[in-house]
Design a protein around this ligand. Structure first.
Ligand SMILES: [Zn+2]
Length: 286
């Protein structure tokens, strides 16, 4: 029989707990004290599994990889932009070089004509000299432009080189974060695997009705069973009053007692701060 001492707690009991507890109290569970103590092992395994699940969701490496992915995208975009700029400038350089070459060819031809002495007409000579002067001015303009474009290309190529170095660095940092994330996930998976195995073994050993009660409580408040230690519930930490302690002490050792505050199965051992009743000191005290 589960103990009823709601009044002793001065009406602080949560209504939800009250209803659920009443439902369960209709089928009071009894279990060997050793099985009750074994329930604490199950609660410890479940607490570890809960911590592992939380760790899996909150790994700092998850954020690190996500940030590295963003940086990587932005660095790749910068490199592509710089590569495009360099290639555009290379195209401009080739165009200018070709134009300069054309102007030079024309100058060479004109100078050849002038030097050949084949032009006798003064008007023709004047036109040719005028054209040569124009070509030389054009060449100077084109060469200045070429110089300017080459300087821009040099600066852009330097940006591209820095961008590539940065990209390699970010890729390395991302790989490093991925490796650490995978190691942490493998660690969590190993804890979960081990916990699941331990859980199966413990459940196989424990009485089915006790496990069923435990699971229902755990589904509701996250913890299914706790040790009573120094007069406190190990789950909600509530200090049990004198009446509650009295009930715990007087309840038969095989009676499954629940915390009035949080509903967990309260497991009594020598650490519980209850004056040693004879039935707690005997392992097979049923
Ligand atoms: Zn409690």
């Amino acid at each position: 029989m589960a103990i009823r001492r709601r009044a002793a707690l001065g009406g602080t009991v949560n209504v939800h707990v009250h209803i659920a507890a009443t439902t369960w109290e209709a089928h009071a569970v009894n279990a060997d004290p050793a099985a009750q103590r074994r329930l604490l092992d199950l609660a410890a395994v479940d607490a570890e599994l809960t911590r592992a699940a939380h760790r899996r969701r909150s790994l700092p490496e998850l954020v690190e990889v996500e940030r590295a992915d963003e940086s990587l995208q932005s660095a790749r975009d910068s490199v592509v932009a710089a590569e495009t700029a360099v290639s555009d400038l290379d195209r401009d350089i080739h165009k200018l070089e070709a134009e300069i070459e054309q102007v030079r060819t024309r100058e060479d031809r004109d100078r050849g004509l002038l030097d050949s002495g084949s032009i006798s007409s003064g008007k023709q000579l004047e036109d040719l000299q005028h054209e040569l002067a124009t070509l030389r001015r054009r060449q100077t303009v084109l060469e200045d432009e070429l110089l300017e474009v080459m300087e821009r290309r040099e600066a852009t190529a330097a940006d591209l080189e820095r961008g590539r170095v940065e990209l390699i660095d970010i890729e390395q940092r991302r790989l490093d974060a991925v490796r650490r994330r995978d190691e942490a996930l493998a660690d969590v998976a190993s804890i979960e695997e081990h916990g699941a195995l331990e859980r199966r073994v413990l459940i196989g050993e424990l009485p089915a009705d006790l496990v069923s009660l435990y699971e229902r409580i755990r589904a509701r408040n996250g913890t299914g069973a706790a040790l009573v230690r120094e007069g406190r519930c190990g789950a909600c930490r509530l200090e049990l009053d004198r009446t509650a302690i009295g009930h715990l002490r007087d309840a038969a050792s095989n009676e499954v007692v629940r915390c009035e505050e949080c509903g967990v199965v309260l497991v009594r051992t020598a650490e519980s701060g209850l004056s040693t009743p004879s039935d707690l000191s005997a392992e097979s005290g049923r």
